[in-house]
Design a protein around this ligand. Structure first.
Ligand SMILES: Nc1ncnc2c1ncn2[C@@H]1O[C@H](COP(=O)(O)OP(=O)(O)OP(=O)(O)O)[C@@H](O)[C@H]1O
Ligand SMILES: [Mg+2]
Length: 295
């Protein structure tokens, strides 16, 4: 869920996470504890309660993540200033250590940001925010980003989107994360010279969108397949290669799929590649489904 996020996606997430300052969190915490001594000013406790995950463990985790984020960002800024020579007397071995600390703090900050983004997404009540979504329009900026990433990483990205594609009654932001995370994994876990395929189409009834994201990457060991959708799970072959990640991307993917009453399956062979197949019902009230229908 990190590194080069799809166009607009990362910033929107970051901004939303930033909007929720520690004060907001404190109010929420108090509201959750039923502490009426300091009511949430101008914001009914009820709406605060609805805005974060109802799972108390996740809520606690996010609270901690939020508290860690600001001091960590300050530490990183200070280390950066030292490495760039703004602090006199730092040189030699100390400089090397500072560079290493800066990398570690960046990793930690990425993880904290991933956690906060995860919490924000999981707090969405998808059913209440569904609308008719044109998937081709939705994936287009994401794919543009990945074409650039393909160039940089010397990968081939093949895209096939059937037309006309029915609109789907879904949650735009959730669906963006679904496509982004599947593509991000395909890119993250496929080396130079590899191939990534992205396909979207409708089944013959026109009632379901079917898609596939495949790669020719490192694959997933068969014994790990049952766990890959679990929160924080990462297979040993990716850890061994030192590829960074939080183990949250596929959990979000599965959550979005389920919130749309869809299905997702994975096939993978270690050393040969991975394919994710998904299906999403068009859903929603009957009506206009394709751009052509609207003309
Ligand atoms: N296309 C893929 N190729 C190989 N392994 C994969 C692929 N997709 C997922 N995996 C495995 O599933 C695990 C979970 O994926 P997930 O996207 O949830 O987490 P992540 O990529 O490790 O971290 P992040 O939360 O930053 O996305 C990965 O760590 C990896 O072991
Ligand atoms: Mg991932």
């Amino acid at each position: 869920m990190r590194s080069e996020k799809a166009a607009g996606l990362d910033e929107s997430i970051k901004n939303k996470a930033d909007d929720r300052g520690p004060e907001w969190m404190n109010k929420l915490w108090k509201a959750r504890e039923g502490d009426s001594a300091e009511p949430a000013e101008n914001t009914p406790a009820e709406s605060l309660m609805q805005a974060v995950p109802r799972d108390p463990k996740l809520s606690m985790l996010l609270m901690c993540a939020h508290q860690i984020r600001s001091p960590l960002a300050s530490i990183q800024t200070a280390l950066n200033a030292m490495r760039l020579g703004y602090v006199p007397g730092v040189s030699g071995k100390a400089l090397e250590m500072i560079a290493s600390l800066e990398r570690k703090s960046e990793q930690l900050l990425n993880f904290i940001n991933d956690l906060l983004n995860f919490g924000r997404l999981k707090s969405i009540e998808i059913d209440k925010e569904k609308e008719w979504v044109d998937l081709e329009e939705l994936v287009s900026p994401i794919l543009e980003d990945f074409f650039q990433r393909a160039d940089k990483k010397h990968l081939q990205l093949y895209v096939h989107i059937e037309k006309p594609l029915p609109r789907i009654f879904g949650h735009s932001d959730g669906l963006r994360h679904l496509f982004y995370n599947l593509l991000d994994n395909a890119f993250q876990y496929t080396g130079e010279g590899g191939e990534v395929k992205f396909q979207l189409g409708a089944d013959p009834s026109g009632q379901r969108i079917q898609g596939e994201v495949s790669d020719t990457g490192i694959g997933i060991p068969s014994e790990c397949l049952p766990y890959i959708f679990d929160e924080f799970y990462r297979a040993p072959n990716v850890k061994k290669r030192g590829i960074e990640g939080s183990g949250l991307g596929l959990n979000i993917v599965q959550w979005v799929i389920h919130a749309h009453q869809g299905e997702i399956k994975v096939k993978s062979e270690e050393g040969r590649g991975t394919s994710f197949y998904f299906a999403l019902p068009v859903g929603g009230p009957q009506g206009k489904k394709t751009r052509e229908d609207e003309k």
